[in-house]
Design a protein around this ligand. Structure first.
Ligand code: DLL
Length: 436
């Protein structure tokens, strides 16, 4: 039988032992940044903290937070903690607004990153006998490089497809017998849709699992992808700032992602008061990278909203789990004064109406009033020739949205295939208010 873990010692480590390891690494890391990054030293000095105050993870709360604004201020080299000549790689976010986040890696950082991704591949049933089709974008984005490196580490046959050219993806899948697909969940849904349009079924391909992340996706979307491709779909989480995919990964229980705690300490804070919240509370996820050499971040505010849990996992891993992020505090829409997360809308559409994950949320402002429209693409299950049926469906959807969100949305049902498909991260929200 294939090994269940990539690194059993770490993945199943006793909590007390893990905390000891984290404490040792944290102390070392704080000294590393204090000695090598003037930007950090200044921030620590402003808070009245020195490395002597940090004796272990119990002192983590004393350290200042770091935010995306700091990354922008220090762009590009201000947070670099090793000489540039010791770095072997740069990756970056796709950032459409403002400056990109640029992250640096030494060879040890790349090894650590790939090791984290290898854990995810093994947790998704991967072994050296697998053929891994990497359909995340390659280039500066960490998706392609991260899954590619992890796949090599496990010894899988790696297909560096990058995203796009969907029919060719399926052709290769058939010809080369890909067993694991790695891409964004929205692209996986699109590949599933295209497979069926090509007159094929999951029986025509050999895929057994998929490793999907880089954007929020609901349980309902997971079920749709699993059915359309005939696979088990696993979540993977990460961000450029902390290396890329593999900060956390899902196991066979498929109920949240294990955080690679030997490299990243997670905290949940209240984004308004910045108070650290107890396990089980919903709040903003904060990471401290305790092993990164070139670009170590202490208490980095991710803006992702989620919940942590130490509940025993049936897979045997003891690593703390994070729930699927339900959105970002900075992506949360406030429409007519009500907080709206796109994932709430996705759940209604997919679960109760058997819609496809092809929808768009359009927010605008007329005078001082917000307008809120949801464009939903009709699926085969919803399709009807009669105008009456369509208008009944629109009314039902509208009622359900009011019930869940407390505000009314204009529902517009649109023809199949009329909403653009995504090969990377899907753009589901069009907020025109930001433009005025
Ligand atoms: O998206 C890294 C990645 C690549 C993760 C491939 C997983 C797979 P960034 O482009 O810097 O890095 O975006 C990071 O994406 O703060 C979250 O808001 C979101 N995100 C990443 N993974 C997930 C996930 C990559 N599994 C930002 N679920 C993060 C929900 C996710 N959101």
């Amino acid at each position: 039988m294939a090994a269940k873990y990539w690194n059993e010692k770490i993945e199943c480590m006793e909590l007390s032992e893990m905390q000891k390891l984290q404490s040792e690494r944290l102390v070392k890391q704080v000294t590393h940044v204090w000695d090598n990054v003037p930007y950090y030293r200044k921030k620590m000095e402003e808070k009245g903290v020195t490395p002597d105050d940090i004796k272990g993870i119990e002192d983590l709360y004393k350290l200042p937070f770091l935010s995306k604004a700091d990354l922008r201020d220090a762009y590009p080299y201000g947070l670099l903690a090793t000489p540039l000549t010791d770095c072997v790689r740069i990756q970056s976010t796709s950032g459409t607004t403002g400056k990109r986040v640029v992250s640096f890696y030494t060879q040890n950082d790349v090894d650590m990153w790939e090791d984290c991704v290898a854990r995810s591949i093994v947790a998704a049933g991967g072994t050296k006998d697998d053929v891994v089709q990497v359909a995340y974008g390659y280039g500066l984005f960490t998706g392609g490089a991260g899954l590619h490196g992890g796949s090599h580490k496990v010894g899988c046959l790696t297909l560096p497809m990058s995203s796009g050219n969907t029919e060719r993806q399926i052709q290769f899948m058939q010809d080369l017998g890909s067993t694991i697909l790695c891409c964004t969940p929205s692209y996986a849904a699109y590949i599933g849709e295209t497979l069926h349009e090509m007159g094929l079924t999951p029986d025509d391909i050999k895929l057994k699992s998929g490793i999907f992340g880089a954007e929020p996706w609901t349980e309902e979307m997971r079920q749709q992808i699993e059915a359309s491709l005939g696979i088990k779909a696993y979540d993977i989480y990460g961000l450029t700032e902390t290396s890329g995919p593999g900060v956390a990964f899902e196991c066979e229980e498929q109920s949240g992602m294990h955080i690679n705690e030997d490299n990243f300490i997670a905290e949940i804070i209240d984004p308004d008061t910045l108070e650290v919240l107890p396990e089980g509370s919903k709040g903003e996820l904060v990471f401290t990278s305790i092993t990164k050499e070139a670009f170590p971040l202490l208490r980095y505010r991710t803006r992702d909203i989620c919940v942590l849990s130490r509940k025993k996992c049936s897979c045997g891993r003891t690593l703390i789990k994070m729930a699927k992020p339900m959105g970002r505090s900075d992506d949360m829409l406030i429409i007519k004064g009500v907080n709206v997360f796109p994932s709430q809308i996705e759940t209604v559409l997919l679960k109760n109406f058997k819609a496809t994950p092809n929808y768009q949320i359009i927010v605008d402002r007329v005078g001082t009033t917000d307008t809120f429209e949801i464009k939903v693409e009709l699926s085969d299950d919803m399709f009807s020739d009669t105008v009456k049926d369509i208008s009944t469906l629109e009314k039902k959807l509208s009622a359900e949205i009011v019930q869940i969100l407390g505000i009314k949305a204009k529902i517009t049902l649109v023809e199949p295939k009329s909403i653009p498909r995504s090969e990377g991260k899907a753009v589901r929200v069009i907020d025109r208010r930001k433009l005025v």
